[in-house]
Design a protein around this ligand. Structure first.
Ligand code: PGA
Length: 251
């Protein structure tokens, strides 16, 4: 069975001081009242090391929001997967629509990053999703197929177990427009069927497929009630501790 994941993507928010304050509060609450979901925080690079110390043995896991595909080298301004594992990361978000759209990352580059992450023991949170224009023109399934197949090129059946797929329709990210649960179910089923074709039904059934796009305390209950939604990737609503706690204690 696929694990339930609740991941916070802080994007370019919070100084290290603010991140530590949030982390201490989260840790205190989780210590008193554990949750069944795996809780993951993706802070900016500058806070990873400090949160690695805060979260040690806490059961809360760290993710990076991006990485470079090379293991090391003359890449000014970049960070490698090895540096991230050494700083305490277990996961790395890859293929986020902001990386695709603003920074021009395509499927081949995302694939290289996924392979590099797996090589150094990082578990990719692999984001895919269509734009509104792609959905409206009927290209959604073609787009999702391309992102999934090209992004997972050369990923083996053993390694696919280490990947979380995040379905994030671009039109629902940061817009306040959550996709309808029926639309999400349809996309997640499509993704799971494609993964079954690629890796077999047993392997595909164990992969967590999570949803991202304007997740809030108000909609988390109905999202998590859907069989095909194995968790959420939360942006804006993860920045406030109170609202993030309402999301992780959705039951
Ligand atoms: P949002 O962001 O929750 O603010 O829509 C989600 C994401 O970008 O992962």
């Amino acid at each position: 069975m696929a694990d339930t994941i609740v991941a916070a993507n802080w994007k370019m928010h919070k100084t290290t001081g603010q991140a530590i304050e949030f982390a201490c509060g989260l840790k205190d609450v989780l210590f008193k009242k554990p949750v069944s979901a795996t809780v993951v925080i993706a802070p900016p690079f500058t806070s990873i090391e400090a949160l690695g110390v805060e979260f040690k043995d806490s059961g809360i896991f760290l993710a990076a929001q991006n990485m470079h595909e090379a293991s090391h080298g003359a890449y000014t301004g970049e960070i490698s997967g090895k540096m991230l594992t050494a700083a305490g990361c277990r996961y790395c978000i890859l293929g986020h629509s902001e990386r695709r759209r603003i920074f021009g990352e395509g499927n081949a580059l995302i694939n290289a990053k996924i392979i590099a992450a797996l090589t150094c023991g990082l578990m990719p949170i692999f984001c895919i999703g269509e734009t509104l224009a792609e959905r409206e023109s009927g290209a959604m399934f073609t787009v999702l197929t391309g992102q999934l197949k090209e992004g997972l090129n050369k990923v083996t059946v053993d390694d696919i177990q280490k990947i979380i797929v995040a379905y994030e329709p671009v039109w629902a990210i940061g817009t306040g427009k959550t996709a309808a649960t029926g639309q999400i179910q349809e996309a997640h089923l499509f993704i799971r069927n494609l993964l079954s074709e690629m890796y077999g039904t047993t392997a595909a059934a164990a992969i967590s497929i999570i949803y991202g796009g304007s997740v809030t305390p108000a909609n988390i209950g109905s999202l998590m009630a859907e069989k095909e939604i194995n968790g959420v990737l939360v942006g804006s609503a993860s920045l406030d501790l109170g609202s993030f706690l309402e999301i992780i204690y959705f039951q």
